[in-house]
Design a protein around this ligand. Structure first.
Ligand code: ATP
Ligand code: MG
Length: 210
């Protein structure tokens, strides 16, 4: 059975780095699709200044004509602080047998041990860390120590069971972050080509990140 991927984030705003990472991972691991899941309230940082509704609208605009990517509003609908463990419990409930692949970048991976019930995440999904070619995973982080025992480099392992494997993979990495886009806009400069035009249209119309 083809695994289903999920990539959570603030998406404030979504950009080509997120979208390419989702597509590259989908192709390499032969995923059925990737759910992009904007959080409502982040556990570990200040709430984004742009509403969840607008962050979701931007994500919907970015993925509208791409069947492999799905803007998934479950964390917004659920309300409260967005814990990934709750999202995985919910997805597992909906898809009892389907392999789930939780995708995260190395920056998020370095803090995985601070996530709620982080040691249980791998019981509900496979964990996929994407990193820049030529770079290694952060070796000293607690997550790396725990997950090494579960490590695989075979994508078949992801299809053979619903959860439980850890895989890291290098993908062509676009040097783009939402922080940089916000700062470009804040300085009155042009962020075009870092993110989809349809997203930029919403930003301009709603006068975001000024
Ligand atoms: P911010 O600058 O506000 O932190 P961000 O660009 O890092 O935003 P997030 O919404 O924080 O985006 O990230 C969501 C997920 O996407 C994280 O797992 C992160 O590692 C990953 N990610 C972010 N930017 C990229 C990129 N350019 N390439 C691959 N993955 C990325
Ligand atoms: Mg980030």
């Amino acid at each position: 059975m083809k695994p289903v991927g999920l990539l959570g984030g603030t998406f404030n705003p979504v950009h080509h780095g997120h979208l390419r990472a989702a597509i590259e991972t989908k192709e390499v691991l032969d995923l059925a699709r990737v759910h992009l899941i904007p959080l409502l309230i982040p556990p570990h940082r200040d709430p984004p200044e742009v509403s969840a509704h607008l962050r979701l609208s931007m994500l919907q605009a970015a993925t509208a004509d791409e069947p492999a990517l799905l803007a998934d509003d479950r964390e917004i609908r659920r309300g409260g602080v967005s814990y990934t463990i709750d999202t995985l419990i919910q997805m597992r409930d909906e898809m009892p047998e389907t392999p789930l692949c939780m995708i995260l970048g190395t920056d998020a991976f370095a803090w995985l041990h601070t996530w709620r019930e982080w040691e249980h995440l791998i019981e509900l999904a496979h964990i996929i860390v994407v990193h820049r070619p030529g770079t290694d995973l952060p070796k000293d982080v607690p997550a790396n120590r725990l997950l090494r025992e579960r490590e695989t480099c075979k994508k078949e392992d992801l299809q053979d069971s619903p959860a439980g494997s850890f895989l890291s993979m290098a993908i062509p990495f676009l040097e783009i972050s939402s922080t940089r886009i916000r700062s470009i806009l804040h300085n009155g400069q042009n962020p075009r080509y870092l993110l989809p035009d349809s997203v930029l249209e919403i930003i301009r119309k709603e006068r975001l990140y000024l």
